[in-house]
Design a protein around this ligand. Structure first.
Ligand SMILES: NC(=O)c1ccc[n+]([C@@H]2O[C@H](COP(=O)([O-])OP(=O)(O)OC[C@H]3O[C@@H](n4cnc5c(N)ncnc54)[C@H](O)[C@@H]3O)[C@@H](O)[C@H]2O)c1
Length: 396
């Protein structure tokens, strides 16, 4: 059982607390920190939390607290992590870990030096569909992963600070690209080194300094590519979709919008529909149990189980740091309009990754490239002669 200090009473603090308390869950938020006394008190009352305070130090240092959950704007992550480390508390931090890789590295080094438990709260690699899909990949169901595409788009975030670059550290690339990059990394293999990136990012619609749309490719050492597509100006709700292409199979995941639950309402009395839903009337696309479907429940389950068992959880500060390094390279690429290397301060995966290319033997003389049944029912084989390298076709 974990006793938690929740730092932040905004959107994600609320979701995290609903998920943590769950349905008769044994883990509890025992203290909450808010800048504002009244908001802290209201949050505590709503969630049945015994203590609230406007002192971050007090919330973290409370003797009943085992773990600190950081649900604060990006510019406060580093300070909250360092305070938790000073108090010797385990710490779970929301995404993105840092506003840049430099901040993330300071946080990573601090938790590791102090030997405190740490988790990177990347919920979207814990959605029930993603967990099942990752198992399929692990079991070899799709062969070797060649390409993983992840898309997160919505009409833009809900608070002023996201739109203010000094506080947030960046625009949609940082805010949502971090999810997509870590999803692709999970599918391709977290032990495969990300080598270089190519990224386009632009401010197309909103009057802000940071980018509101971005696309990018992350090339991994074995040749696989992670592709991300993010937008703060997409209309119609929140679109969370992933695709995995492997040598032996394909996975399509739709996590949120139009997943098979649709209501038509002329009266518009549904109330809250789902995160970033744009309409309350007409056809609407609610979500059954949002904290489960967005991965929060499985994420905390993994993290608290790891904390209790004294082992590492699936997503650690090291993962958050790698994602920040990839995003820093993306920002460099968006400027230079060229492939830019990912510079990792420390690499903990494979030193040499096996290339994806696999040779399937047809017979002693030929490699098989592919076979296909033609409209007349014949089978066509495309073969490569081993000695000469000549490509030929055979109809059988
Ligand atoms: N799916 C996810 O994992 C997910 C979703 C949303 C947000 N987040 C992350 O959670 C963090 C918080 O986002 P949010 O959506 O809860 O934001 P929010 O604006 O809804 O809430 C922010 C909270 O921090 C408090 N705060 C303290 N100091 C502040 C300051 N100087 N400026 C502004 N607010 C201050 C606010 O009062 C509020 O309680 C961010 O890092 C964001 O990236 C993660």
């Amino acid at each position: 059982m974990a006793n938690v200090a929740m730092l932040g009473t905004g959107f994600i603090g609320d979701f995290y607390t609903y998920s943590l308390h769950g349905k008769r869950n044994r883990d509890r938020v025992v203290a909450v920190w808010s800048r504002d006394e009244e908001r802290g008190k209201a949050f505590a009352r709503k969630h049945g939390i015994p203590k609230w305070t406007t002192s971050m130090e007090k919330a973290i240092g409370d003797s009943s607290v085992d773990l600190v959950v950081i649900a604060l704007p990006n510019h406060l992550h580093k300070e909250a992590v360092l305070q938790s480390v000073r108090a010797g508390k385990g710490v779970l931090c929301t995404k993105p870990l840092g506003r840049n890789a430099n901040e993330a590295l300071i946080m990573l080094e601090a938790v590791e030096k102090a030997g405190v438990f740490h988790g990177y709260l990347e919920d979207l690699v814990y959605t029930p569909k993603t967990l099942k899909a990752l198992d399929a990949v692990k079991n070899g169901a799709v062969g070797k992963v060649i390409w993983a595409r992840s898309r997160e788009t919505h009409p833009g975030p809900h608070s002023d600070w996201f739109w203010t670059k000094e506080i947030s550290g960046g625009g949609v690339l940082l805010d949502m690209g971090c999810h997509c990059i870590e999803i692709a990394r999970n599918y391709i293999g977290k032990d495969i080194r990300p080598v270089e990136v190519l990224c386009w990012a632009d401010t197309l619609v909103k009057p802000i300094e940071a980018e509101d749309n971005a696309l990018g490719y992350v090339r991994y050492e074995n040749g696989a590519v992670g592709q991300f597509e993010v937008s703060w100006s997409f209309r119609g709700g929140m679109d969370l979709r992933d695709e995995v292409m492997g040598t032996e199979g394909t996975i399509w995941v739709n996590n949120f919008l139009r997943t098979g639950f649709e209501i038509f309402t002329a009266a518009g009395k549904q109330g809250y529909v789902a995160e970033k839903a744009e309409s309350e009337k007409g056809w609407i696309f609610p979500v059954g149990d949002e904290v489960v479907e967005l991965g929060y429940t499985d994420m905390f389950h993994d993290m608290f189980t790891a904390w209790e068992g004294n082992f590492s959880c699936r997503e650690t500060f090291y993962d958050g740091y790698v994602v920040n390094e990839i995003m820093d390279a993306c920002y460099r690429s968006a400027q230079s309009k060229k492939w830019e290397p990912v510079t990792l301060h420390s690499w903990r995966g494979k030193e040499k990754a096996e290339p994806i290319l696999s040779l399937e033997e047809y017979d002693a003389n030929y490699w098989l490239i592919k076979k296909e049944t033609m409209p007349d029912g014949s089978k066509k084989l495309i073969l490569k002669e081993k000695k000469s390298g000549t490509i030929v076709q055979k109809i059988v």
